[in-house]
Design a protein around this ligand. Structure first.
Ligand code: ARG
Ligand code: GLU
Length: 704
């Protein structure tokens, strides 16, 4: 009976497999640029007209030299020979927000430097160019022997990597190197970057364009967000990285993009070059189950509460709206993504199809070194679940209390005064306090009795209720009030016993003593198993094209412009236009209230040269488009490139129905969303009146 059943499951599994996995390979994949020659045949078959060397070369200037890691989580691209750089509005959001106040509200009104000396410096912002990447597996594992356990192996890898990065960065200014594990440590690559730290804000549209549609439209198609901002990289006179100085000069890049005004049609080849942050494409069914059935739902519920509190206060005061705009947007962003991801995983039946695939693997693995591996991973996941759950709860509740995070940073900070002024600029106590009450109630409701910190129990006993606890903490903490803090800034004793600090430190200690060690230990064991599983998969599933999970290193994704069917009977076309902005325009709703100037331009049809004729024969302005490129968080701001290597758009999002692509890619539903470069130029030219920036750019068809 058992045999029969296994056979039956195997047959069912194969059907599932061919649907869910083999087909899924269409445009799936984030490829390493230095190995792109392995994909170039496929890329060219799909329409690309350049060579692997044009994409990545260490001898000649190639497209990679026009792409940067922007900050530590976005991508940007060079668009002029004077260091002009394009990224998303939401990537520059923190900087735009920092320069904003009620008097100069650049978020609301936009910002345009009309000359070089009006460009605004941004302390702490860097951009990194990839100089080269190289396979260093042998050097990283030098001295390894099979008798080592995972933590010994970790130490060896760390030491060897440190030696490699030290060597790589020894010659030259601003060099930074990292060694990254690929395929769970089956392979290691060294990435050498040149990092520039004088990066100035040049322009940003008003949020009513750059964040048009707000969190309602976020992660959605059809989309009409002009999500871009412009910066300029400055360098020392020798063109090398230099700390900010008024004497620095615009950086002269090795390579910058030419812009194509040809636009896109359904089926056109597109290619996205950028820094996707994190994917888990090979994670097993138990891991997927935890994400989609436990972690995502809990984190979503906690964030719903937090967002509602923020929104309530933001709606009542313009000052609070500015203070919390950036925090609110980033909280909302993952919150909405998780909802799409959870739905996508359930819709694709990923847990069951992965389970079936694992069964197949396990059968194949019988008698090999991989025998029993999937069972082992399953049971490790079960052991880990309570710890993962506690970590999720910690990071979404206690860790989110602003005042105690500030207290902990303050005690360690060198420049305490500037940390404090930055904090209080964007702090509104009633928001934090209400969130504290709400989060501690959830903690009380959902954390099992035996895994709570003693401090939490004692505080409840001592104060009798979470409200009274909050009154006491926020009413007496020096960190909750700038004047109070100023008056006891010199009294380290007093500060050391502060209740906000105590709250932060106690929870943090609970996490690092009771949760993290087990989480790390089991995590290591799982990684170790995944390393074998990954190797096993490559032997088992020989036709599958494997690519390493994203890890914020430079990748190439390619595909084509394509609509999709989000629901039965509904078909989306792949391009959006100004007509849609006008349809959504609504002065009554904050996120849909477009600038009057845009309404005027629409009435006069004075679009300049940035137009397209839509399917109804109307002359209008193109705004966004979608394509099948496999992207992830971090790809924001990535150049979207056509078959000739010219810039046609800026990647900024994915469609909601496809956000599970970090775990499982469905070619029917997964689409990246890009801003059409012609809309960017339209906004610069017609709305901002900053045509001098367009003068700096090069266009396809012109000679450089
Ligand atoms: N969803 C995009 C990304 O993941 C854009 C986020 C910014 N926009 C917003 N409305 N929160 O980063
Ligand atoms: N908006 C995302 C980012 O900031 C890109 C969208 C995605 O996750 O694909 O990187």
């Amino acid at each position: 009976m058992k045999r029969f059943l296994t056979g039956f499951i195997a047959a069912a599994a194969m059907t599932l497999l061919s649907a869910a996995f083999f087909n899924a390979r269409a445009d799936e994949g984030m490829w390493l640029p230095s190995l792109i020659s392995q994909r170039i045949g496929d890329m060219r078959e799909k329409g690309f007209r350049l060579s692997a060397e044009d994409i990545y070369s260490i001898n000649e200037a190639s497209l990679k030299d026009a792409v940067v890691l922007f900050g530590r989580g976005c991508t940007g691209e060079l668009i002029s020979d004077e260091g002009l750089l394009l990224t998303n509005h939401h990537c520059g959001y923190g900087q735009i927000q920092k320069h904003s106040s009620v008097e100069h509200d650049y978020l609301k009104d936009g910002f345009w430097a009309m000359s070089r000396n009006e460009e605004l410096p941004n302390e702490g912002l860097t951009v990194s160019f990839l100089e080269r990447m190289e396979d260093v597996t042998d050097a990283v594992l030098k001295g390894y022997s099979d008798s080592m356990d995972e933590s010994q192996r970790d130490s060896l890898v760390k030491a060897n990597s440190a030696a490699l990065t030290a060597e790589a960065t020894s010659a030259g200014k601003g060099l930074r190197a990292t060694v990254e594990a690929l395929y769970y440590g089956n392979q290691y690559f060294l990435f050498l970057y040149r990092e520039y730290s004088d990066v100035r804000l040049v322009g940003a549209p008003p949020s009513s364009i750059g964040k048009f549609g707000g969190d309602t439209d976020n992660w959605m198609w059809p989309r009409h967000t002009g999500d871009f901002s412009i910066f300029r990289i400055y360098a020392g006179k020798d063109n090398n990285p230099a700390e900010y100085s008024p004497d620095n000069v615009p950086y002269r890049p090795k390579k910058w993009f030419r812009i194509s005004l040809d636009g896109v049609r359904e089926g056109d080849f597109t290619f996205v070059y950028g820094f996707p942050g994190r994917t888990q494409e090979y994670i097993m069914s138990e891991g997927v189950r935890y994400i989609s059935e436990v972690s995502d739902p809990h984190k979503i519920a906690l964030r719903t509460l937090r967002l509602d509190i923020q929104k309530k206060y933001m709606a009542s005061s313009q000052k609070v709206r500015i203070q919390y705009s950036s925090k609110n947007a980033s909280t909302a962003n993952a919150w909405k993504k998780w909802q799409g991801e959870m739905r996508g995983i359930r819709k694709m039946n990923t847990v069951a199809s992965k389970k079936a695939y694992e069964h197949e693997f396990a059968r194949w693995a019988e008698g090999t070194e991989y025998e029993g591996l999937t069972d082992r991973i399953d049971s490790l996941y079960r052991l880990m679940e309570p710890f993962s759950y506690a970590a999720d709860y910690y990071s979404e509740t206690a860790y989110q209390i602003e005042v105690s995070r500030f207290a902990m940073q303050y005690m360690k900070a060198k420049d305490k005064a500037s940390l404090a002024s930055g904090f209080f600029k964007d702090y509104f106590l009633p928001v934090d306090k209400e969130i504290f009450i709400s989060m501690m109630k959830e903690f009380d409701r959902n954390m099992p009795e035996d895994s709570r910190p003693d401090y939490f129990r004692h505080s409840l006993e001592r104060f009798g209720s979470i409200e009274v606890w909050a009154d006491s903490l926020f009413g007496t903490s020096a960190f909750a009030d700038s004047l109070r803090l100023a008056s006891c800034a010199d009294s380290t004793d007093l500060l050391q016993n502060d209740p906000a600090l105590e709250f932060g430190e106690t929870f943090s200690r609970w996490y690092s003593e009771d949760i993290k060690p087990e989480l790390t230990r089991l995590g290591r064991e799982i990684t170790l198993c995944y390393r074998d599983y990954m190797r096993g998969l490559m032997e088992f599933d020989r036709d599958r094209a494997f690519y390493p999970d994203a890890n914020l290193t430079l990748r190439v994704a390619y595909g084509s412009v394509q609509g999709y069917e989000p629901a039965d009977g509904v078909m989306y076309v792949p391009v959006s236009t100004l007509e849609g902005i006008m349809q959504k325009d609504n002065p009554e709703i904050f996120d849909y209230n477009i600038p009057q100037r845009l309404r005027d331009i629409y009435s006069s049809k004075d679009y300049g040269q940035w137009t397209v004729t839509d399917i109804n024969g109307n002359v209008t302005v193109p705004v966004c488009f979608i394509a099948t490129n496999h992207t992830s968080g971090g790809n924001s701001g990535s150049p979207v490139i056509n078959a000739d290597g010219n810039l046609i758009g800026i990647n900024f999002d994915r469609v909601w129905e496809g956000t599970m692509s970090d775990i499982v890619f469905d070619p029917d539903l997964c689409r990246n969303i890009s801003l059409d470069i012609r809309y960017v130029l339209f906004v610069i030219d017609r709305i901002a009146g900053a045509g001098h920036l367009i003068e700096e750019m090069d266009f396809a068809g012109e000679s450089m």
